[in-house]
Design a protein around this ligand. Sequence first.
Ligand code: FAD
Ligand code: EPU
Length: 355
Amino acid sequence: MGLFNIFSVSGNVTDDVAKRMNLDRNVDLTFANTLKLPCRAEYFAAPSTLAALRATLSHAHHKDWPVTLLGGGSNVLLPDQLPGLVVRPALQQWWLTRQQGSVYAHVGAGVNWHDLVMATAERGLWGIENLALIPGCCGAAPVQNIGAYGVELGDTLQAVKVMEFATGATYWLSAKECAFGYRDSAFKGPLANKVVITQLVLRLSRKPTPRLNYGDLAARLPQAPTPLEVAEAVCAIRREKLPDPQVLANAGSFFKNPLVSDQSVAQLLKIYPTMPHFPQGKGQTKLAAGWLIDQCGLKGMRDGAFGVHQHQALVLVHFGGGDRDGLMKTASAIADKVEARFGVRLEPEPRVIKA
Ligand code: FAD
Ligand code: EPU
């Protein structure tokens, strides 16, 4: 019997185990999610080593507690009460290795994503500079394959190390096995609620590979920018458009940009010739959900505790005093209006965490 089973002994060990594992009880998560939705977790743990994570998961398995993973809470819609155990992996180490002209970043799940972007850009490394200022932890980044300014995590990610909830076993997944898509991955599908992401390996490069085609990014930069200059330009654009969750609670884009058939888009363009649209191949075109909401005259609107951000219609904001049910009502009303006008149904981007 290895370490994983160490707590699978009979008898009442809960208090002792809780102390040893730093399990906190009845924890307020209102300030652990950027939407500031009120939420209480029955148990909470933030293990900072693989052994502690394995022991924590084993204990939850033994107790038959549901397990919810939480990083920075910037892409979750939390319920009022979360039974069982909330785990925030706090693996904080990261390091660089070199191999055949490439530099590999090996990153623990608890590392802050933006800090990693700035630290690698400061070292002159290319690869993730366009993804600056995305909140949250590295462990959550593969879940929706974070993307911004023409770049997605999947472009540089080589492998992900995961730990199984049920057995505590760790294994590696290749980028292909992660099945990345637009705001999508295997961690939202077959692997959801089955594994914890504990480590990422990203392939970076010293060779300049600027990707400046999105919006006015190129216009803000010198001829041959450094990765740090690109990251700083991205930060500047984002600060102009997106509300700082510390000031106004939000989860970034509330809806995904919808993928629509090329035929439907051709029909819409006859009525709305200036509609932004981005052909994706395979007969599908991506529309800008923010534009669709904006066209419905909803930018800046307020509905009780929630509203649509005045500078970015894709961002819903929480003024305080609301809960998840209230937010979902406001979001449904917005999606209904967009559907009535454009015939396109918007789907929420943040993960709805089941109670
Ligand atoms: P959380 O919100 O805590 O969790 C998200 C999901 O990941 C949950 O389902 C959770 O259970 C799961 N999870 C967390 N940790 C792990 C783990 N170790 N293993 C397995 N599953 C795990 N996203 C973009 O893609 N592009 C953007 O440009 C962008 N801009 C944003 C701007 C703002 C202002 C905000 C508030 C959010 C933005 N987001 C953006 C969304 C968000 O920042 C990302 O999705 C981010 O990766 C979430 O990280 P997190 O640590 O906060 O995850
Ligand atoms: N637009 C409007 N009105 C608005 C908002 C947008 O007309 O209120 C138009 C813009 O003028 C532009 C188009 O919609 O023509 C797209 O807008 P923008 O470039 O701001 O990007 P987005 O599609 O709204 C997406 C991501 C963001 C990411 C940015 C930059 C999704 C769901 N959102 O937003 O990601 O930062 O592109 O790449 O894909 C997030 O996921 O949380 C997030 C913030």
